[in-house]
Design a binder for this molecule. Structure first.
Ligand SMILES: Nc1ncnc2c1ncn2[C@@H]1O[C@H](COP(=O)(O)OP(=O)(O)O)[C@@H](O)[C@H]1O
Ligand SMILES: [Mg+2]
Length: 380
């Protein structure tokens, strides 16, 4: 089945075939739709269980905090950055880089900022709707700073790009010419806001492929396209809580991920991509539900342990309650968060260290870092 057409264009004196995708929705045969029902039901059942897990857990904001950072880390990893979760926390809370490179950490932290920005816009009355403008704003935030600066942050590309290969002539895939992008993105935006009979999960999967095929930016297309998945889950209220993040699956299955995207274009093989996507939703939802429960159990057990320690102070208890969204923390931060003196903060930190809840990171004399290691361990 044809999913678009090739357009001959010239890049650097070389003639290349740029691909212009057809508008969504994809045309599925009745048989293909019927075959997708099983995987669809399985994914939806896993989502229902994730919702239930979300309902049973108080202070869900903690987990969302951690899940968003993990998503940012893994989605950036698909792009090629290498950082660790603990370094992301250290960088955010104490501007320390650990063993990761500062450029990589910046990209991950930008990613978090972009996601939070978009989610706030979507939930605020005067905020931007889910639109090309919103995605451009995300892109702008994502490519802030060192590495992204020369990649036209926030702007649709004005030149021909390509995927794989060293030049357009030997590329695996040449996305649409720049003068087609505005129209294609406009169509995609309309598709998002119009009704459609396709189940929402399949629409999300379709929008992601379409976005990647358009490849509207000079760089960051994968990451903005994966953010778009999370934003659509939110926009279409697939879950009551933003707890589903697919990058862990897309990273584990990266070769299949790319292959499935490609076979939509080359073979019109939507079924394969949908199957792949739904299997991911199911696996990730099951994992997220388990992990949310484990994190909840970890915090409850640690709280109980702490209460049983002789001479535990109110300050130590108060500090403990901050740890899930400050999993890496410094002394100055503790004094600020709790509004206490250094000696009082020191005693609280010590109490938490004695119970194994806080672990000192490295052996620094000044600006020591402490991590809520047992919690971060569950996240990994
Ligand atoms: N064959 C393909 N067809 C369409 N999209 C692809 C293909 N292979 C990879 N992609 C997408 O392109 C992304 C990489 O594009 P890029 O602009 O470098 O994004 P990022 O910088 O965020 O990784 C991949 O993460 C994937 O989503
Ligand atoms: Mg890239």
């Amino acid at each position: 089945m044809k999913t678009g057409q090739y357009f001959t264009t010239t890049v650097a004196g070389e003639s290349v075939q740029a691909f212009i995708p057809n508008d969504l929705p994809p045309k599925l045969t009745t048989k293909a739709l019927a075959e997708l029902q099983g995987p669809l039901r399985a994914a939806e059942a896993a989502l229902a269980r994730l919702n239930l897990a979300g309902e049973m857990i108080p202070s869900l904001d903690w987990f969302i905090y951690a899940f968003v950072r993990k998503e940012a880390l893994l989605s950036s990893e698909i792009e090629g950055t290498q950082a660790t979760l603990i370094d992301v926390f250290s960088f955010e809370h104490a501007e320390q880089v650990g063993s990761s490179s500062i450029d990589d950490l910046e990209e991950v932290v930008n990613y978090v900022a972009a996601m939070n920005y978009a989610s706030n816009e979507l939930h605020s009355k005067s905020g931007l709707p889910l639109s090309v403008r919103l995605l451009n704003e995300c892109h702008h935030r994502l490519l802030q700073g060192g590495r992204g600066a020369d990649k036209q942050p926030g702007e649709i590309r004005r030149s021909q790009n390509w995927i794989g290969g060293t030049r357009p002539g030997n590329a695996a895939f040449v996305p649409p010419p720049p003068d087609q992008i505005a129209d294609l993105l406009g169509d995609l935006e309309r598709y998002i806001h119009n009704d459609d009979d396709l189940p929402a999960l399949l629409r999300i999967a379709a929008v992601h492929v379409q976005f990647e095929t358009i490849h509207p930016y000079l760089d960051g297309n994968g990451r903005v396209g994966r953010m778009l998945i999370a934003l659509l889950l939110d926009h279409w209220e697939i879950l009551s809580y933003p707890l589903l993040y697919l990058s862990v699956y897309l990273k584990e299955q990266q070769a299949d991920y790319y292959r499935s995207l490609e076979s939509v274009r080359t073979e019109g093989n939507w079924e394969n991509w949908f199957d792949f996507f739904l299997a991911g939703v199911e696996a990730v939802a099951i994992d997220a539900a388990n992990r949310a429960r484990q994190l909840h159990r970890r915090v409850s057990e640690d709280r109980r342990t702490l209460l049983e320690v002789d001479g535990v102070t109110i300050t130590a208890m108060r500090l403990f309650e901050h740890l899930p969204d400050h999993p890496v923390i410094t002394m100055p931060q503790v004094t600020r968060l709790l509004d206490v003196t250094k000696p009082t903060a020191g005693k609280a930190i010590n109490a938490l260290q004695r119970t194994g809840i806080l672990l000192e990171l490295g052996a620094r004399k000044r600006d020591r870092l402490y991590s809520y290691a047992p919690y971060i361990e569950v996240l990994k």
